[in-house]
Design a protein around this ligand. Structure first.
Ligand code: NAP
Ligand code: G4F
Length: 325
């Protein structure tokens, strides 16, 4: 079994590569050319995976690698994935996150329609939510150029499934986090900030909207759901979520509690971090994934916060040690 992962250098790509190796897959990772390597998350896997250069912006490069590798499964995780950047770079976000999906699907259509395809859809598509909780039938109402691009990616995946009989599925994943989460996302910003404050490296943590609510899970659990979706008999789209919702403020409260501090003494709101249009309340209904895929999350919200804070304490302590030499 051969699998190609786009976005292998990202949070999810690195965990998915580990999972697929455990399943005895031959793992190929698509990377884009950079002047310096950006492989921290997959460093430990380098001698077990194959890295191939291509770019979501370059159709021919995608056709070439799919033709050369001829994978059984393609997991399309690559995207411009940070919501605030999508207001500053809306066109580029559309090129990567929306049209990039068509480029992947079109390569599969031309080379071999038996290749299975996973698209990384997002709960950001629900945006200004039409119902609570959100499930596979909830209408979309995206609130950012990123959300709009993901809606395009979602429907082009449905369309290629229906037009060309490709086994193409979308996982509508709610926020999932880990110690490998990028530092700009709110969970990692908080756990990293709390750890730095505890270690005396920072005084304050500036955040935006503390009232926003998210359904947060653990990334390792969520990549298992991606794999399960491609092992089914029928291609279908699934919501993957914990079913619980918590505010940014609650996350901060718990994270600071892990290091024995009161968040109110350190967290301040910076109005510049408030978004032009906010997604206020996300909470998913994962019943379909639970019933059909026999999938359920294994890490609770407080456990997730603890895992992330403890990892950041370790990471920063070793970093601070290097700084002080
Ligand atoms: P991430 O950490 O930001 O990783 C994004 C990946 O995409 C990186 O490997 C990046 O490569 C790659 N990439 C970006 N532009 C590219 C291009 N033009 N050509 C090739 N590769 C490109 O994202 P993540 O959290 O792992 O999320 C994975 C996917 O799931 C994304 O599509 C995201 O939108 C979606 N999603 C995430 C969540 C979540 O909570 N994490 C929830 C729902 C959906 P570089 O290393 O070169 O930048
Ligand atoms: O951590 P965030 O930046 O994640 P967001 O916007 O929910 O997007 C993430 O999850 C999506 C799934 O729903 C993915 F599709 C997407 O790729 C990405 O992985 O922000 C979460 C919430 C927002 O409401 C934001 O306004 O936290 C609020 N927030 C408050 N202060 C902040 C901050 N967000 C960030 N990034 N930084 C802050 O200082």
């Amino acid at each position: 079994m051969k699998a190609l992962i786009t976005g292998i250098t990202g949070q999810d790509g690195s965990y998915l590569a580990e999972l697929l190796l455990q399943k005895s897959c031959d793992v190929y990772g698509m990377i884009r050319r950079a002047s310096t390597e950006n492989f921290e998350r997959i460093h430990h896997l380098r001698d077990q995976i194959h890295l191939v250069q291509a770019d979501l912006l370059d159709q021919l490069s995608i056709v070439r690698i799919i033709d050369e590798i001829h994978p059984d499964e393609v997991y399309n995780l690559a995207a411009q994935s940070f919501v605030p950047t999508s207001w500053n770079q809306p066109v580029l976000t559309g090129e990567f996150t929306a049209i990039g999906v068509t480029k992947m699907l079109e390569a599969i259509r031309q080379i071999d329609t038996n290749i299975k395809f996973y698209q990384a859809s997002s709960s950001e598509m629900f945006g200004k939510v039409k119902e609570i909780p959100q499930n596979e039938n909830t209408p979309f109402y995206p609130r950012s150029p990123y959300g709009v691009a993901k809606v395009y990616g979602h429907y082009i995946t449905v369309n290629y499934r229906e037009s060309y009989d490709i086994f193409a599925v979308s996982g509508i994943l709610f926020n999932h986090e880990s110690p490998r989460r990028g530092l700009e996302f709110v969970t990692r910003k908080i756990t990293n900030g709390a750890a730095r404050i505890k270690l005396g490296l920072q005084d304050k943590l500036f955040l935006g909207n503390l009232a926003a609510k998210r359904d947060w899970g653990y990334a390792k659990d969520y990549v298992t759901a991606m794999w399960l979706m491609l092992q089914q008999n029928e291609p279908q789209d699934y919501v993957v979520a914990s079913g619980e919702t918590h505010s940014v403020e609650e996350f901060a409260q718990l994270a600071f509690r892990v290091v024995g501090l009161n968040y109110k003494d350190y967290v301040e709101v910076d109005p510049k971090l408030i978004r032009p249009a906010e997604v206020e309340h996300l909470v998913g209904d994962p019943s379909f994934a639970k019933n059909e895929l026999d999938w359920k999350p294994s890490v609770s919200f407080p456990e997730l916060v603890k895992i992330m804070v403890e990892a950041d304490l370790k990471f920063i302590a070793s970093d601070a040690h290097i700084e002080s030499r």
